[in-house]
Write a protein that binds this ligand. Structure first.
Ligand SMILES: Nc1ncnc2c1ncn2[C@@H]1O[C@H](COP(=O)(O)OP(=O)(O)OP(=O)(O)O)[C@@H](O)[C@H]1O
Ligand SMILES: [Mg+2]
Length: 257
């Protein structure tokens, strides 16, 4: 779904150049994802075209099973489209090999999931530092960036806690710090408040909402929560694998989601 530039709030960062001289826009052109199991076929994503603008906080809503997570996984290269093209910045991913996706995820994409996915035996700071170590960053640089990232989510005082010693909201904030520690241009969040009560969910959403403003990141969030989506700049609605609407957050109640 291509849309006029005036369609949603925009941070005004149009024209900024991201890592490697790429503008940080996500563009999907006629993307399909089919799964085959035995004789049956599921079209999880069905001819989706959309654009997310640089510095935008975009929500994706829709009923269970409509293809939201599949779509997010395609954008992040966790899964590959059956057909269609995904463009990140100015770069088509059509010919990407696994190593290209690994590189782009390591440098430019952060993920947050409903279930946090923290490593139980590691402290908050060790969890946050892990992507840096995997990316070859070492020494004081790791310490500095971990401290910066935990500070950004307000959890410096919990840096030595293990996940079991943190509340659900705190665990999700650690997961967010981990997703942001390598300063990605794009953050993909799949139901980040799904396991949280409304108060702690609000804390996580306000951190996500501030990212475009503070760090210039683009955020795409899948959510079932109308309250969460109302914080976004724009909302794509999905049904049966298709994106069938782009609405403003204040229109959420008027649409069947
Ligand atoms: N690996 C897979 N193999 C086969 N079918 C799959 C696979 N992953 C997802 N599906 C199917 O694709 C459809 C979309 O799944 P998806 O997880 O994207 O839905 P969703 O919108 O995220 O749902 P929810 O809100 O419940 O998380 C579903 O019908 C699901 O059963
Ligand atoms: Mg899902």
């Amino acid at each position: 779904m291509t849309r006029p530039r005036s369609g949603c709030a925009h941070s005004g960062r149009k024209g900024t150049v991201a890592v490697g001289s790429r503008t940080n826009v996500v563009k999907l052109i006629r993307v399909y994802k089919e799964y085959r199991r035995g004789g049956s076929q599921v079209i999880a994503v069905d001819d989706v075209s959309l654009e997310v603008l640089d510095g935008e906080f975009c929500a994706i809503m829709g009923p269970s099973g409509c293809g939201k997570s599949t779509l997010l996984n395609l954008i992040g290269g966790i899964d590959r489209p059956t057909r269609g093209e995904i463009i990140l910045g100015n770069q088509s991913t059509a010919k990407f090999q696994d190593k290209d996706w690994t590189r782009i995820r390591r440098h430019e994409i952060g993920f947050v999931f409903q279930a946090f996915h923290l490593i139980p035996g590691l402290t908050a700071e060790e969890n946050v530092g892990l992507p840096l170590l995997l990316g070859g960053v070492r020494g004081e640089e790791v310490q500095y960036r971990v401290a910066e990232s935990l500070d950004a989510v307000g959890l410096s005082s919990r840096c030595r806690h293990r996940p079991a010693e943190l509340s659900g909201g705190e665990q999700q904030r650690v997961a967010l710090a981990r997703a942001l520690v390598h300063h990605p241009r794009l953050l993909l969040a799949d139901e980040p408040t799904g396991n949280l009560d409304s108060v702690t969910g609000d804390e996580v959403i306000s951190l996500l909402r501030d990212l475009p403003r503070r760090g210039g990141q683009t955020v795409i969030m899948v959510t079932h929560s109308e309250a969460a989506a109302k914080n976004a700049d724009c909302v794509y609605t999905m049904k049966d694998g298709r994106v069938h609407g782009l609405i403003r957050p204040n229109q959420i109640g008027d649409h069947l989601i």
